[in-house]
Design a protein around this ligand. Structure first.
Ligand code: PMP
Ligand code: GLN
Length: 389
């Protein structure tokens, strides 16, 4: 018998992403799955028909590396209309295989071994592995429970000559907090005169509540000059499985991004890009998203009031954080697994988004679900946690 191959694992300690773990457990236990962030309702058939039409009319070969011109133009037009920023469709926008690839590619393009990248905890789970894959070091700033606002004095202390990138995410997953125009101004002051690239993950840009406006880096002229801004059609059009997103940024940064992108994925699914370009023409679709999800948020919060969970503010995204302090003192991961198995509602423990496993006894619920799904989940929570009077 041959000796087994020895693998020097790049990530000896790495487990499977929490979203896969909890969704799998939800399926195994027959739990209502409010863990991984995806809608359980359909997008509009007109979008599917458009993909099919483009397939049937023969648009099935490689599109240009940066994306089909129609889609790039639609993106540029949307960004101009919303944020007053004028990007060039030819050199300043690239269509990606979802935001995950966009983030990974941006990090690979700009971060070298030994470089530091500042991220904010709780931090979306793909950032740090991407930084470490290219030999960078993640440096952690804190968004503190319970309001999860950034502390720019702390961030300033973390900046060193090795800082190559700062990654921000607003609206923020998992907390539902927002960065404001004032935050962007503070960030601009901090990076002025440095070579720091800003990577701004804005995949929930259209899901901002209570009349607030999304503070996009695209709309901050000074920051936009040094930023790659990421968005995702998965979030905006209820098609997370299509894995199509995009980045915008100044030509010099985009040229570097594309050097990696071209050998990483090269390009993405032609008929879907063409269909999205058409679908984007009706701006009410993305402009209506905030009201659509605000109604779901309010519906879910109202249901949750009848349970002992303490709801944290939710200003954007389709995630609702809740403290379970009055229910249990189990660690959040154990609590989430127990809820999935015993109560039949799957959630995401928030400690997984901290390098040191900080545990504020908070879990994340995804409310991008049909009303009947949210009602079913709430009924199970009431049954488990509310004593009949
Ligand atoms: N960033 C954040 C903050 C997200 O929540 C997600 C996915 N939900 C992504 C990036 C990845 O998006 P995509 O599915 O388009 O890769
Ligand atoms: N971003 C989604 C979430 O936060 C999940 C994406 C994934 O499963 N990788 O739930």
């Amino acid at each position: 018998m041959q000796t087994p191959i020895q693998i020097d694992s790049r990530f000896p300690q790495m487990g499977t992403t929490i979203f896969t773990v909890m969704s799998r457990m939800a399926a195994e236990c027959g739990a209502v799955n409010l863990s991984q962030g995806f809608p359980d309702f359909q997008a509009e058939p007109v979008l599917f028909d458009a993909v099919h039409r483009h397939m049937r009319t023969g648009r099935n070969q490689y599109p240009p590396m940066a994306g089909v011109p129609e889609l790039r133009q639609a993106i540029v037009d949307k960004v101009a209309a919303l944020y007053g920023a004028h990007f060039d469709a030819e050199s300043e926008v690239t269509v990606t295989a979802g935001a995950t690839q966009a983030i990974f590619t941006a990090i690979a393009a700009f971060v070298r071994p030994g470089d530091e990248v500042i991220v904010f905890e709780p931090v979306y789970d793909s950032y740090v592995p991407a930084i470490e894959t290219v030999g960078g070091t993640a440096v952690f700033a804190q968004l503190k429970f319970p309001d999860y606002a950034p502390d720019w004095v702390q961030v300033a202390r973390l900046v060193t000559p090795k800082t190559r990138m700062i990654i921000i995410n607003s609206p923020h997953n998992p907390t539902g907090s927002l960065l404001t125009a004032v935050d962007l101004e503070k960030l601009a002051e901090l990076v002025r005169g440095t070579n720091i690239v800003v990577l701004s993950d804005e995949v929930y840009e259209h899901i901002v509540f209570d009349g607030e406006r999304h503070a996009s880096v695209c709309g901050h002229a000074e920051l936009a000059e040094r930023s790659i801004v990421v968005s995702s059609f998965g979030k905006t059009y209820h098609i997370t499985g299509w894995k199509i997103g995009y980045v915008v940024g100044p030509a010099a940064l985009m040229a570097e991004f594309r050097k990696v992108h071209q050998f990483n994925v090269f390009t993405v699914h032609t008929p879907s890009q063409l269909a999205l370009a058409e679908y984007m023409q009706d701006a009410t679709r993305h402009l209506g998203l905030a009201a659509f999800y605000e109604e779901k948020r309010d519906f879910f919060r109202k249901l949750m009031v009848e349970t002992p969970f303490e709801l944290l503010p939710c200003r954007g995204t389709y995630f609702q954080l809740a403290s379970y302090r009055v229910i249990s003192d189990l660690p959040d991961r154990v609590f989430a697994e127990w809820m999935t198995r015993e109560v039949g509602v799957a959630v995401i423990p928030v400690s997984v988004f901290y390098a040191d496993g900080r545990d504020d006894r908070v879990v994340r619920f995804c409310f991008a679900k049909k009303e009947e799904t949210l009602i079913a989940a709430a009924a199970r929570l009431r049954k488990a946690f509310v004593k009949p009077s």
